[in-house]
Design a protein around this ligand. Structure first.
Ligand code: KG4
Ligand code: ZN
Length: 400
C-alpha cells in the first residue's frame, strides 16, 4: 500500500543547518542508504540542501585482491558495515532517528546481493522507526546530485557515466527522464577498471589503492596520449549511443604488445603505463564528448529553453573529462554543472537528495514495504534513442 504523507516540522535547530534557526524551521531531513555495488553509504541531508553527514565504507581493498567486484563478498560486507556506517552518519549529523522525516534507499539498478542487503537493512529500519520511505533509482540519484550544490533547474541535459552505466538523458523533473542514448556494452568506468587491471596498476606505488578510473587519471598526467594513437569509436554512427568495448580491446592489444618485450613481470606495472593511461583516457573522453555534443545539438533543436549540461556518476569525477565537457558546454552557450568529485562516486547523500526531490515534487511515499523488491535491472525513463538517431546529426567540433 502506498500513501502520501505531509512534511513534518522539526522541533529544534540542528548544527550545520543551512538557512535555519531556532524552533520554527520548516526544513526536513532525509536519510539516504546506498548499497548498489561496492560502496556502503549513508547520507543525511536537509531539504534546503545542507549535507549533515556523508558516511561511507569502501570495499575497494577487498575486491582488488580478486580482480573485480565479487557480488557475494559485496553483499556480505554491506550487511556487516551498514549498521556502523549509519551510526556514524547520525553521530556526524548530530541527530537521532526521531529527527529524520523520511528514509530513502537505492532499490536498483545494481548487483542483486548488494541491493538485497540494503533493502533488508532499510526495511527493518523503516519498520522500527515508523518512517515513510522513498524508493530511489541509483542513476536518477546521480543525475539529481548536482541540484544540491548548483543552481540547476528542470529541464536539463545530463551525461551519467559510471562503472555500470553510460546514459545521455533529458531530465524534465524527478521521475521524468528521456533517454537520448546509452551504452551498448561496457560502461566507461568498467572499461577504465579493466584497462587499469591489465596495466597492473594495483602494483604501482603511486596509485595502488585507487579505483581503476582514478588510477588512470593520476598516471595520465605523466604520459603522452599521442604515443599510442587510438581510432575514433563509432564515428560512422550518427546517434547518441556509446560503445567502449572497441577502445578497451584496442588498449588490450597495445598492452599485449608491450608485454611481449616487458622485462618487469607480473608484479610490476606494464611498461609505459603512463602513456597508455593518457591515450585511453583521451579516447574514452573523446567518445563521451562527441556523443554529448550530438545530444546538445538535438536539445538545441527540440528544447529551446534547455541550456544546462549536467555531468555525474563516478567517471565524472575525472577532472580531464570535466574540463573537456565544460569547454563543450561553453561552446554552445550552455551552463555546466558537475557535483564535486567526491559526490560523483556512489554515496548516501545523493540517495537522500533524490528522496528530497521526490518529496518536493509531491511523488508518493511508501509506508508498507512488505511487497517492495529490489530491481537489479531497471532502465531510467523513456527510450527516445531511435528518434535521436533518425535525425543523423553531424557534430561541428571534433575533439583531438
Ligand atoms: O558511480 P560509481 O561510484 O559506481 C557505479 O555506479 O558504478 O562509479 C564507479 C566507477 C568505477 O568504474 C571507477 O573506476 C570510476 O567510476 N571512477 C573514475 C574516477 N573515479 C572513479 N573514472 C575516471 N576517473 C576518475 N577519477
Ligand atoms: Zn553510481
Amino acid at each position: 500500500m502506498k500513501s502520501v504523507l505531509k512534511f513534518n516540522t522539526l522541533s529544534r535547530g540542528i548544527k550545520g543547518y543551512r538557512g535555519l534557526s531556532g524552533n520554527d524551521c520548516k526544513d526536513f531531513i532525509v536519510l539516504g542508504v546506498e548499497t548498489s555495488c561496492d560502496d556502503t553509504g549513508v547520507g543525511v541531508v536537509t531539504s534546503s540542501g545542507a549535507i549533515l553527514a556523508d558516511s561511507r565504507h569502501s570495499q575497494l581493498a577487498w575486491h582488488q585482491k580478486t580482480g573485480g567486484v565479487n557480488p557475494k563478498v559485496a553483499g556480505k560486507l554491506h550487511r556487516e558495515y551498514l549498521g556502523s556506517v549509519m551510526e556514524t552518519a547520525l553521530r556526524d549529523a548530530g541527530i537521532k532517528m526521531k529527527d529524520v522525516y523520511a528514509v530513502a534507499a537505492t532499490v536498483g539498478p545494481g548487483l542483486a546481493l548488494s541491493l538485497e542487503a540494503g533493502m533488508d537493512f532499510t526495511k527493518k529500519l523503516v519498520a522500527k522507526e515508523n518512517k515513510p520511505f522513498i524508493p530511489v533509482h541509483h542513476m536518477e540519484a546521480h543525475a539529481l546530485t548536482a541540484c544540491i550544490t548548483h543552481p540547476v533547474s528542470f529541464p536539463f541535459l545530463v551525461l551519467l557515466a559510471s562503472g555500470g552505466h553510460c546514459i545521455l538523458t533529458v531530465c524534465e523533473g524527478p521521475g521524468k527522464f528521456l533517454r537520448l542514448g546509452e551504452c551498448r556494452d561496457d560502461a566507461p568506468g568498467e572499461a577504465f577498471d579493466k584497462i587499469a587491471r591489465a596495466l597492473r596498476l594495483h602494483t604501482h606505488p603511486l596509485v595502488s589503492d585507487l579505483s581503476g578510473g582514478r588510477a588512470i587519471e593520476v598516471l595520465a598526467k605523466f604520459g603522452n596520449p599521442e604515443k599510442f594513437p587510438f581510432p575514433r569509436a563509432m564515428s560512422q554512427r550518427l546517434d547518441c549511443m556509446f560503445s567502449f568495448s572497441g577502445i578497451k580491446t584496442h588498449t588490450m592489444r597495445v598492452i599485449t604488445s608491450q608485454e611481449a618485450n616487458d622485462p618487469t613481470g607480473p608484479h610490476s606495472p606494464v611498461l609505459q603505463c603512463e602513456d597508455i593511461s593518457a591515450a585511453s583516457l583521451a579516447a574514452i573522453s573523446r567518445h563521451l564528448v562527441t556523443r554529448t555534443q550530438r545530444a546538445i545539438l538535438y536539445c538545441i533543436e527540440k528544447w529551446p529553453t534547455l541550456n544546462h549540461l549536467v555531468v555525474s556518476g563516478g567517471v565524472a569525477s575525472n577532472l580531464y573529462l570535466r574540463k573537456k565537457l565544460e569547454e563543450l558546454a561553453s561552446y554552445y552557450g550552455y551552463h555546466f554543472s558537475c557535483p564535486e568529485p567526491s559526490l560523483c562516486t556512489d554515496n548516501g547523500v545523493m540517495i537522500a537528495w533524490a528522496g528530497i526531490e521526490h518529496i518536493k515534487a509531491g511523488l508518493p511515499l511508501m509506508k508498507d514495504l512488505s511487497t517492495l523488491k529490489f530491481i537489479p535491472k531497471w532502465r531510467l525513463g523513456k527510450d527516445i534513442s531511435n528518434v535521436v538517431a533518425d535525425e543523423r546529426i553531424k557534430v561541428k567540433v571534433k575533439m583531438k
